[in-house]
Design a protein around this ligand. Structure first.
Ligand SMILES: Cc1cc2nc3c(=O)[nH]c(=O)nc-3n(C[C@H](O)[C@H](O)[C@H](O)COP(=O)(O)O)c2cc1C
Ligand code: SF4
Length: 435
């Protein structure tokens, strides 16, 4: 397996997965060195048998209600209640289930780490999700870094005749928008890694025209544990409004870039400390992902890493990404680079992506390059792109740029005066490779 943008070593505290409040739940208790995936034997001895090893063993409606009581929300970024998705798809005929392990976000590694370290937990969740909605099989679309491990784990389970449902593992497309739910369906069916503009809801019509459940692989892993230990156990960490734990990728200017499992609501500064602490005085943090938001580091460190905790800063946990920008690096130059990437990575199907994002990227490059730029025009374009298009990609890019204009006011002045030295710094935001 190649290394991701951050170390695939997970910082974890030893404890029992079944004990309330104990973390990690999803990642290994004592990560082996060198890191390797949990075998089926070690998985079963840690967690016990898969939650529904025999057909008809449990009433699926009761189980969906338990997931609702747990308050599990999707860990792919949008945080939609998982029980509502399960119930909607279960109501349809001959449904399909997809585990989304695409992780198209270049700076994020949490899904790769999860699939590579705890493949059987993800597979438990995929099998269970299929059983909960009444599907006869499930597909997991996995990033290439975790593909072989997940495929081998699925084969190990087939040999052991462990599951009632067949799970197949497929390679994900290596593209930012390829992880959007309708793009995953289109990739499986037609080999095209692009969202379906203005689709019917996937819960009505997805893979092969069937009602389709698409869940992030981390969501599936939580699902497998809720079915084993219950809603009360799940809620024993996190906040009452946002219960449970979540995986977080911490990258940029920290001493030990890594993937962590935290209780939702852990203060941002504490999360940075778990990653070895800042490697330099920090200027800003990118929270949520490339379509997330920049926030002032000093304002963010005391805030809980949760939707409620970050709302006042105009940020969200999103896909669980924190990138630390050191003082002296240029936030505008970083943003211009990321927005150009987002513009290049769009599916180019809708107006905001074909014309809007490239124009926004060019204007931002002018700002970052100290060339004459029109901020009024930039803001006007952001208003025209926001909320448009067939998926949330353009709005995500707008959110990032607006947050940069809020957070990097000093740089804006310095660039206008031609006096910003930060653009010469080594770029701390992991650089997406050239296509
Ligand atoms: C541009 C874009 C890219 C996305 N990439 C991913 C991804 O790589 N992995 C993922 O799980 N969800 C991704 N999503 C979110 C999915 O559309 C979808 O909401 C998610 O897979 C649903 O699973 P969840 O409810 O378990 O979070 C992306 C969304 C957008 C708009
Ligand atoms: S908004 Fe952009 S990324 Fe989304 S479907 Fe349209 S062209 Fe594709």
């Amino acid at each position: 397996m190649t290394r991701s943008a951050v170390s695939l070593g997970a910082a974890v505290r030893p404890s029992s997965a079944a004990a309330p409040g104990a973390l990690p739940r999803l990642l290994p208790l004592c990560p082996p060195r060198p890191p390797r995936p949990a075998s089926l034997d070690s998985h079963l001895s840690r967690y016990g048998p898969p939650p529904c090893s025999a057909p008809g063993q449990r009433d699926m409606r009761t189980l969906i209600a338990e997931v609702g009581r747990a308050g599990l929300t999707g860990r792919g970024g949008a945080r939609f209640p998982t029980a509502d998705k399960l119930a909607a798809v279960a109501a349809g005929r001959a449904p399909a289930v997809i585990g989304n392990g695409t992780e198209g976000e270049p700076a994020s590694a949490k899904d790769k780490v999860l699939m590579a370290r705890s493949p059987h937990l993800v597979l438990d969740g995929a099998v269970l999700a299929a059983q909960m909605v009444g599907a006869s099989q499930a597909v997991i679309v996995a990033h290439r870094d975790a593909l072989d491990i997940l495929g081998q784990a699925a084969a190990e389970r087939r040999r052991a005749r462990l599951d009632q449902v067949r799970v197949t593992v497929r390679a994900a497309a290596d593209r930012f928008v390829a992880g959007q739910a309708s793009a995953v369906v289109r990739w499986i069916e037609h080999g095209v890694p692009a969202p379906t503009a203005m689709p019917p809801r996937l819960s009505d019509r997805g893979l092969g025209g069937r009602p389709t459940l698409v869940q992030n692989v981390e969501t599936l892993a939580h699902l497998a544990l809720i079915a084993r230990y219950g809603a009360r156990w799940f809620r024993s960490v996190g906040t009452p409004a946002e219960p449970g734990s979540m995986l977080v990728t911490v990258a940029g200017a920290v001493r030990e870039p890594c993937v962590l499992e935290i209780a939702i609501g852990t203060p941002v500064g504490q999360v940075l400390d778990l990653a070895g602490g800042p490697a330099a005085p920090l200027h800003a943090l990118l929270l949520g992902g490339y379509c997330g938001a920049w926030v002032d580091a000093a304002q963010a460190v005391g805030r809980p890493f949760s939707a409620a905790g970050l709302a006042g800063l105009g940020a969200e946990p999103g896909a669980g990404l924190i990138v630390a920008l050191p003082a002296g690096a240029c936030g505008l130059a970083e943003t211009a680079r990321v927005v150009r990437y987002l513009a290049d990575e769009s599916a180019g199907q809708c107006g905001p992506c074909r014309f809007g994002l490239p124009a926004v990227a060019s204007e931002l490059e002018r700002v970052a390059g100290g060339r004459p730029a029109d901020l009024g025009l930039l803001r006007k374009w952001l208003g025209q792109v926001d909320g448009r298009g067939g998926c949330a990609h353009p709005s995500g890019a707008v959110r990032l740029v607006r947050s940069a204009l809020r957070t990097f006011g000093t740089e804006l002045t310095q660039h206008a005066a031609g006096s910003c030295g930060g653009t010469a710094q080594v770029l701390p935001v992991p650089s997406p490779g050239p296509r």
